[in-house]
Ligand binder design. Structure first.
Ligand SMILES: [Zn+2]
Length: 839
């Protein structure tokens, strides 16, 4: 709930990641109201964006319930509208988008270990890939830990849910409903949390599934989620829209609605509630043994609350805290203790801030922090102590904080030498297609790592003591955006980054492999770096020395790698040995967007190497960006020069210089000027050019004139990456020149074959491939090619954007054929002449 305060900042600036925003009186009042409500609800679905933010916002801020969303997955398998990150990296972005959404709508966020492996057509397939029992275990874990009274699933437990993950999420919620109360199931969890019996479970149905549904439909409970908060000056549905708009990688910007807004819930199991989902559930203090006397105390605070002087409430809040602390241990004691302590701090206007002078350090290094303390109330506040096990801090302060007098001091402590690195806990170890590896059971359900360093301040106010937990952050001032912050992190002393993630070896010729070493640690460091290659490959030299004198120095070391003589896909691994310290084999990758905190990953310093007899024609490829993909890098890896053309560069004259044009994924969805550019592009094809259009979705095309002859994009997809591929036109040049393509080239594909295939096309197109998921009719629209004038137009929904970055050799050969199309035969055409101009 304290996150509610961030709503206002989210509206006005990107300060959302400042460590502590002092809440205003309206937010404090709302949380005081909430202190008297003891009910909880857990919303369950499969992906980031499945959650109904209207229900979450209304439950958390109107009904004042403890509210959370359990997403089975982190959304790793989706498409990314804002950048090139896919798979694990996209899951990381979407995790943070969910947390950004929850900071606005006031919910809490949970996950299971399930990996979003891509679209799935059935719950059975999903369960097989996830390992159903492992995911059920996590769902039960969250039920037992969070102890919700009511569960709401987004989806029905059958095919109506559409996506296999959706169906699976509803099935798991219903099973966990029974299992969480059974002490014989997952007894390790029972020891920690006890068992838990949820009262009732609903499905969040609606007109999507039943267009005649209304408030009087039998078996339906209606929630009005459109209420207005005079306190906050907004409708809950308006807050929900801001929350939903955090799903920026999915393009779910949403606009608020005002006024009555019904949500329909269908009762599924448990004790039936007649009119309301909390019917018959005690949501007052009397539900907790010994809690009855707290209700009137909170009522008194509410009566006497003075928005101009919240500190006047502090002494009664301390009395309430004493009563809560005396309760038997349990979820409500913990939850309400946290709430009341945060309220005390906020009513005091007590600002405590610890910032590090570096955003990352290596274990064993000195952490220099700046501590700022200020009490903005007339109440006497003394800060007794500051402690942190992470940096061996245990300092007595006895600082008396006078009203509005800031105390600032520096502190220097040593980071534990065994401090764990700050990379996301679920990405630390290799994982299967369906399940992340999490070795520490304490992390199950958690959305992200705990802060690297937390400092706990013991504070005495009005004669009573309480603790303030303060994660250490790094702050800086951006000349345009103002104050910004990012988490303080622990990283290895040296980063080992290979220049490429994939290296294609077109022949037996060696290739240079560059390794960038970067020191993350202060002081002199020396050692040597090695590159390990697979059997049959060779590297020169065996090792190279390096020397650093200070933090953030970088140096590039170059090795020569000789490939195997025959076609092979393998891995090369780099490591740096620091004299007197040990060996380090992690690289560094940072993800940075304005709407989420900076994310740091430490992937293994590895690259895939592919020895491939790849033939190609042409030299320069024009590339027009879509939603973002790594196809340009793959083309460079194949030996092409890639011109990433800006819209204004797409002119008839410039197009004469390129041998083929490739449209990035979803370019027809995302490039507003694509309709205008199309006339030049199609003219270019007509004059002998080759154009490859990668997948687009049908719903939001900027133009329907993106092809020389009609074709219509459908939702047809083939999600089984091993689905048989039948070659329909084995003699077509696209499948023969310069590389011979056979069924074998479709081995080793990842995640899926392709998506959004056209399902109708003009007879001018030739369909080259046929494929389908199990039990479905053949889908023949994955690769369509048409002659247009003197050139070729290709439309393909095959997932090259997933396969090329993974080094899938068959995908490279086929893509080389696409961009080489028509080149071998006509060396004399205008494009070749044009191209020579660029050289
Ligand atoms: Zn979904």
């Amino acid at each position: 709930m304290r996150s509610l305060t961030l709503i206002f900042f989210a509206f006005i600036s990107s300060l959302a990641f400042a460590q502590h925003q002092q809440p205003d009186a309206a937010s404090i009042k709302l949380r005081l109201n909430k202190l008297n409500v003891l009910g909880s609800v857990l919303y369950v679905a499969a992906h980031p964006d499945d959650e109904n933010t209207r229900i979450i916002t209304s439950m958390a801020n109107d009904r004042l319930m403890a509210t959370a969303y359990l997403s089975m997955t982190r959304g790793d398998g989706g498409q990314n509208l804002i950048g090139p990150e896919i798979r694990d990296l996209l899951g990381l972005i979407r995790t943070q988008e969910l947390l950004a959404a929850r900071r606005i709508d006031g919910g809490k966020q949970f996950f299971t270990r399930a990996n979003d492996f891509g679209f799935s057509k059935s719950a059975d397939e999903t369960f097989q890939i996830w390992n159903k029992d492992e995911i059920l275990r996590d769902v039960v874990h969250v039920f037992r830990e969070y102890q919700p009274d009511v569960i709401i699933t987004r989806f029905p437990p059958d095919e109506r849910a559409g996506h296999g993950h959706h169906t699976a999420s509803a099935i798991l919620a219903q099973e966990a409903f029974d299992v969480a109360g059974d002490a014989s199931r997952y007894p390790d969890q029972v020891k920690k949390f006890g068992t838990w019996q949820v009262k009732r479970l609903y499905t969040n149905t609606g007109r999507w599934w039943n267009n005649s549904i209304n408030e009087s439909t039998p078996g339906i409970t209606t929630l009005d989620v459109g209420g207005y908060s005079a306190l906050l000056g907004t409708s809950f549905s308006e807050i929900a829209a801001v929350s939903r708009s955090q799903h920026k990688s999915q393009g779910f910007g949403s606009r608020g609605t005002r006024g009555y807004q019904p949500e329909f819930l269908e009762f599924v199991k448990g004790d039936k509630g007649e009119k309301d989902i909390f019917d018959g559930i005690n949501t007052t203090w009397s539900r907790v043994k010994g809690g009855s006397k707290i209700q009137p105390m909170v009522d008194r605070v509410l009566r006497e609350f003075n928005a101009e002087n919240p500190a006047a409430s502090v002494s009664v809040l301390f009395q309430i805290r004493t009563e809560i602390a005396a309760l038997e241990p349990g979820v409500w004691r913990t939850r309400k203790l946290n709430e009341v302590e945060q309220l005390i701090q906020d009513c005091l206007g007590l600002f405590i801030d610890v910032t590090a002078n570096q955003y990352w350090l290596a274990p064993g290094e000195k952490v220099v922090t700046n501590v700022e303390l200020v009490n903005r109330s007339a109440v006497e506040v003394v800060v007794k102590q500051m402690k942190s096990g992470d940096i061996g801090m245990d300092s007595t302060l006895n600082l008396s904080l006078k009203n509005s007098t800031t105390v600032v001091f520096k502190n220097s402590k040593v980071l534990r030498s065994d401090a764990p690195y700050s990379d996301p806990y679920w990405l630390r170890d290799a994982h299967s297609t369906g399940l992340f590896t999490v070795n520490n059971p304490a992390m199950i359900g958690k959305p992200e790592n705990d802060p690297a360093v937390t400092v706990v301040f013991s504070v005495i106010a009005a004669g009573q003591s309480f603790d303030v937990h303060c994660p250490v952050v790094y702050k800086w001032t951006d000349p345009v955006k103002g104050e910004l912050s990012r988490p303080f992190e622990v990283v290895p002393p040296v980063f080992v980054n290979l220049s490429d993630k994939i290296l294609i070896f077109n022949s037996e010729k060696p290739r240079e492999v560059n390794i960038t070493l970067k020191s993350s640690m202060e002081g002199v460091m020396q050692g040597e770096v090695q590159l390990e290659v697979p059997t049959g490959w060779k590297v020169e030299p065996a090792s190279l020395p390096f020397n650093f004198s200070k933090r953030n120095e970088e140096v590039v070391k170059t090795f020569l790698v000789y490939p195997s003589s025959s076609e092979q896909t393998s891995t090369i691994k780099a490591k740096a040995m620091i004299t007197g310290k040990g060996s380090y084999d992690l690289s560094i990758q940072t993800i940075s967007y304005d709407h989420i905190p900076t994310q740091t990953l430490l992937p293994k310093a590895e690259a895939k190497v592919v020895r491939l007899d790849l033939k190609k024609e042409g030299g320069v490829i024009g590339y027009i960006k879509g939603a973002g993909d790594d196809v340009p890098d793959a083309l460079r890896n194949m030996g092409y020069e890639v011109w990433e053309m800006k819209n204004e560069e797409v002119t008839a004259e410039n197009l004469k210089r390129v041998d083929a044009v490739v449209l990035g994924i979803r370019a027809v969805n995302t490039n507003e000027r694509i309709g205008f550019l199309m006339s030049s592009l199609l003219e270019y094809v007509k004059n002998g050019g080759t154009m490859i259009v990668q997948y687009n979705t049908s719903g939001d095309l900027e133009t329907d004139k993106f092809s020389p002859y009609p074709l219509s994009i459908s939702r047809d997809r083939v999600t089984d990456e091993q689905a048989e591929v039948r070659i329909l036109k084995p003699d077509h040049p696209l499948l023969n020149t310069p590389n011979k393509i056979s069924a074998k080239d479709f081995d080793g594909w990842v995640q899926e074959r392709g998506l959004y295939y056209p399902n109708k096309w003009d007879p001018q197109y030739e369909s080259l491939l046929s494929m389908n998921d199990k039990g479905e009719t053949p889908k023949d629209g994955s690769l369509l090619v048409a002659k247009y004038g003197d050139g070729y137009y290709v439309y393909t929904g095959l997932s090259f954007f997933r396969e090329l970055p993974e080094g899938v050799s068959g995908a490279y050969k086929l893509f080389a054929n696409l961009v080489s199309l028509g080149k071998a035969k006509k060396p004399e055409n205008t494009k070749v002449k044009g191209r020579s101009k660029t050289k």
